[in-house]
Design a protein around this ligand. Structure first.
Ligand SMILES: Cc1cc2nc3c(=O)[nH]c(=O)nc-3n(C[C@H](O)[C@H](O)[C@H](O)COP(=O)(O)O)c2cc1C
Length: 196
């Protein structure tokens, strides 16, 4: 059974560029035999957080939240595509993430960041580490950091020139690392049910 990997991206901007990296990652993960899927927070369109999913009575959560909860529960791993706004995380993705808690537990997460400049969103990347740990995911050591994104990936998420080649090399290691931790967590969940 292929690993079910959700790639989460959360810019709501009309002229957003991070979608290039999200598409690149989904394509690359699929190319390695994974069942990879993009979760685009803008498309899902949850409102600003009022009630978390678990605060609704069973069956009362809005349909989009219900569907998302089910997708999160059966995923084997998560990849967070981290853009950076003023040294922080993008609010659209953080808002989606905050609607859930237990639905994230006991799976690995990986962070892939990007920005318009050379710093590649590394401050948002770092911020996600703490958030994802708090939410019960194990963050893998490897990361991908892309910048400037429009000089690395074209509109279709295809690598450009030397920067694109460097990303392909980084991605191979990143995906190997994610696959290892995904298998480790999968086997452990099968062997010993999570304690809570
Ligand atoms: C409100 C705002 C704040 C930004 N702050 C940063 C920043 O702190 N560091 C950085 O490298 N780029 C920053 N940028 C530039 C982004 O890296 C660039 O706009 C990128 O394309 C944003 O991702 P998106 O296009 O997927 O929304 C900022 C952009 C916006 C719109």
């Amino acid at each position: 059974m292929p690993d079910r990997i959700l790639v989460l991206y959360g810019s709501y901007r009309s002229d957003r560029t991070g979608i290039r990296l999200a598409n690149y990652l989904v394509r690359g993960l699929k190319g390695r035999g994974n069942d990879a899927q993009l979760l685009d927070a803008r498309e899902i369109g949850l409102p600003m957080l009022d009630r978390m999913y678990k605060e609704y009575a069973p069956g009362d959560a809005p349909q989009a939240m219900q569907t998302l909860a089910e997708q999160l529960r059966i995923a084997d791993a998560f990849v967070f595509v981290a853009g950076e706004y003023n040294w922080g995380v993008q609010p659209g993705l953080k808002n989606l993430t905050d609607h859930f808690l237990e639905e994230w537990f006991w799976r690995p997460a990986a962070v892939a960041s990007y920005s318009a400049g050379r710093l590649s969103g590394v401050r948002a990347n770092l911020a996600w580490h703490g958030t994802l740990s708090e939410m019960g995911m194990v963050v893998i050591p490897s990361t991908v950091a892309v910048g400037p994104i429009v000089k690395t990936l074209d509109e279709n998420g295809a690598p450009i020139g030397e920067a694109g080649q460097a990303l392909d090399r980084a991605f191979a290691r990143f995906a190997d690392d994610l696959a290892w931790w995904t298998a480790a967590a999968k086997h452990q969940r099968e062997r010993t049910p999570p304690p809570y």
